[in-house]
Write a protein that binds this ligand. Structure first.
Ligand SMILES: Cc1ncc(COP(=O)(O)O)c(C=O)c1O
Length: 390
């Protein structure tokens, strides 16, 4: 099996596993136990992870809330802000957000909030998949409680202009949340420079374990207050109660260390090179394949992402024949649903175009040999489907 579905999740880096191991059999204390060294050692590990993760995004340790992943972080950010209001307000988001943003937003719409879901550039425009910051500025009202626009898209890899959006929100004193699940660890992120107030991330997208993530919550300058969503022991200043997942937190911190080293090296270029190799080889075998989203050469597209159409071929049939290649036709969380991808639909693609699209996520452990093998396998599957045979 060749794994090219790194937007859905990543393999845990062996160095992360190694860092986590002692937290199962040596440092297994409850980080909330203050009466013995087992607990205090565990707390130190959590503190050092918070320092490490906050350094990576130019935040401070007290601005990191550990969660079970980005779904929880997005819910905490959106519900946490909106529930503090005495009367319903206005939320601005985009049409290409993950369901973990769209669904909590829809919940508040049912409760009387008004919602603007900004469109993105169409597939045939100069900026497919991108939110226009000027359009966002025009959508803001005196009632806008929150803007939630993702940093990197999980299907088409588009990076949004969060710097411009952050500036607009800051000028209007409106809170900005960004879902950075797909961007964290893959591009440098500076929450101060980007003027982000709340930012979600999840370890399993950057070679860490599943079931752990975080929410950056601004405390410097304009302090963000959230209603807690999980009440109990009062951990994490009461914002998110529950015994801290020390193994997961240690793993996430180690994973961030590794990303920070890789980002300074040639890893981003290597992944981009593998992605380009995959695309070129697919096109050589099957003819021109239209790319969904920004051009592959664009700096505003995640270098590890490819999403393209295989005209005349059904993506599900392709995946069935090329069953040694792990790819997907959309986000993992929604791929069980029969509905076509809302992200591709937001680009203005018709149903046929959506159904012939595949998403590839290249990762740290992929090799050129694997990429060539995967491309050849898909080309032969495509030819078989076209009835040409090899
Ligand atoms: C952009 C984005 N947001 C949120 C999530 C949900 O993350 P988690 O699996 O950590 O709940 C995902 C996962 O696919 C994602 O890609």
């Amino acid at each position: 099996m060749i794994y090219l579905d790194n937007h859905a999740t990543t393999r845990v880096d062996p160095r992360v596993v190694q860092a986590m191991t002692p937290t199962f059999d040596l440092n297994y204390g409850n980080a909330g136990s203050v009466t013995h060294t087992h607990g205090m050692d565990a707390w130190e590990l959590v503190e050092s992870a918070a320092e490490n993760i906050s350094d990576f995004i130019n935040a401070s340790p007290d601005e990191i809330v550990f969660t079970s992943g980005a779904t929880e972080s997005n819910n905490l950010a959106i519900r946490g802000v909106c529930e503090r209001r005495k009367t319903p307000g206005h939320i601005v988001t985009s049409q290409v957000e993950h369901k973990a943003v769209l669904d909590p937003v829809a919940r508040f719409e049912k409760l009387g909030f008004s919602v603007t879901r900004l469109p993105v550039g169409r597939f045939d425009s100069g900026a497919p998949g991108r939110v226009c910051p000027e359009q966002l500025a025009d959508a803001l009202t005196d009632q806008t409680a929150l803007v939630s626009v993702m940093l990197g898209n999980n299907e088409i890899g588009t990076l949004q202009d969060i710097a411009a959006i952050g500036e607009i929100c800051a000028q209007r004193s409106i809170l900005l949340h960004t879902d950075a699940t797909q961007a964290m660890g893959k591009i440098p992120i500076d929450v101060e420079a980007l003027k982000i107030d709340l930012m979600s991330f999840s370890a399993h997208k950057f070679y860490g374990p599943k079931g752990v993530g975080g929410l950056y919550v601004r405390q410097r300058g304009k302090r963000v207050r959230l209603n807690s969503q999980i009440d109990g022991g009062g951990q994490q200043a009461g914002i998110r109660s529950g015994t801290l997942n020390v193994p997961g937190i240690v793993g996430m911190s180690r994973a961030i260390d590794l990303c920070s080293v890789e980002l300074c090296g040639d890893d981003p270029d290597r992944l981009r090179g593998l992605r380009d190799l995959l695309y070129e080889r697919l096109c050589e075998g099957l003819g021109e394949l239209p790319v969904n989203g920004l051009a592959l050469s664009s700096a505003d597209r995640l270098g590890c992402n490819l999403n393209c159409r295989f005209p005349g071929l059904n993506a599900s049939s392709l995946m069935t024949i090329a069953d040694t290649i792990a790819v997907s036709s959309g986000s993992a969380c929604t791929s069980a649903e029969p509905e076509p991808s809302h992200v591709l639909r937001a680009l203005g693609l018709d149903e046929d175009a959506v159904h012939c699209s595949l998403r590839f996520g290249i990762g740290r452990f992929n090799t050129p040999t694997e990429i060539i093998e995967a491309a050849d396998c898909l080309v032969s599957a495509g030819k078989e489907l076209r009835g040409l045979g090899d």
